[in-house]
Design a protein around this ligand. Structure first.
Ligand code: UDP
Length: 240
């Protein structure tokens, strides 16, 4: 049962439920992918029918940003809360460390995924990171081959939107992996290069504000967020 927010259909799950669903998909035999749309991604989906379909075909569509949660409320179809991609990734890694599932890290600038892998294996004893690749490649074929040879069960695909979602949908099935998750800038955080907002800011729904203070270059991207809520209010106005 999904809830539609400006064209994108979200799963209304808690973090724990999302991780449990991800774990099941990772253990399955077929290929699936997870997307974690924030308002920016939903906006991109409103501009491109193809991209929106790629988002809606995901096995799990998790509300990454507080803006999505606010929009859901405005539309009268409230969600239980945010499920940040980074928390989903952390929960899944804790499970993989126990079950022995193999994780591949794809994306970010050269060296970042390796550094993230080193820190994550310290943080999650038993976690098997079976390979890494940076996200600045043009030919997908060697990357697909590398993931295939690494026998990855799960791949974190961190190429930014819309590239990561389009990449997972197009190339994912050829890698032999069972589950891919599109996770934006999480490798930069796992590598220790970008700091996440303290828990108190996260609880107040102000993670976006912390990010803006630390990466002021994002102001152009974030300026569109209020318009996202206005679009939700307009959509609600159209409903009987
Ligand atoms: N990136 C990449 N390949 C590209 C473009 C971007 O690997 O061609 C990486 C970039 O280095 C960063 C991530 O994708 O690590 C996108 O981060 P961003 O902060 O834009 O994502 P968000 O967390 O906002 O979704």
């Amino acid at each position: 049962m999904r809830k539609e927010i400006l064209g994108v259909t979200f799963d209304d799950l808690t973090l724990e439920e999302a991780v449990a669903a991800g774990e099941q998909l990772a253990a399955g035999e077929t290929f699936s992918y997870v997307v974690t749309p924030n308002p920016e991604i939903v906006n991109l989906g409103r501009q491109s029918e193809d991209y929106r379909q790629v988002l809606n075909r995901a096995a799990l569509v998790l509300p990454d940003g507080i803006g999505v949660v606010h929009a859901a409320k405005i539309l009268g179809t409230p969600l239980q809360g945010r499920v940040p991609g980074i928390d989903f990734a952390a929960g899944l890694m804790a499970r993989l460390a126990e079950t022995g599932g193999r994780l591949f890290l794809l994306g970010a600038k050269p060296g970042v995924a390796d550094q993230a892998a080193r820190r994550l294996t310290d943080q999650y004893p038993g976690l098997c990171i079976c390979g890494t690749h940076h996200g600045y490649f043009t030919d997908p074929a060697p990357v697909v081959q590398t993931i295939r040879e690494a026998k990855a069960d799960v791949v974190f695909v961190c190429l930014g939107a819309p590239k990561q979602e389009l990449w997972m949908a197009r190339w994912g099935p050829e890698t032999g992996a069972h589950l891919m998750a599109g996770l934006g800038g999480v490798l930069d955080v796992f590598a220790g290069n970008v700091k996440r907002a303290p828990a108190a800011w996260q609880k107040l729904g102000l993670e976006w504000c912390y990010r803006l203070l630390h990466q002021p270059s994002r102001v152009g991207r974030m300026a569109k967020l209020p318009l996202f809520l206005v679009a939700a209010a307009r959509e609600k106005g159209k409903k009987p």
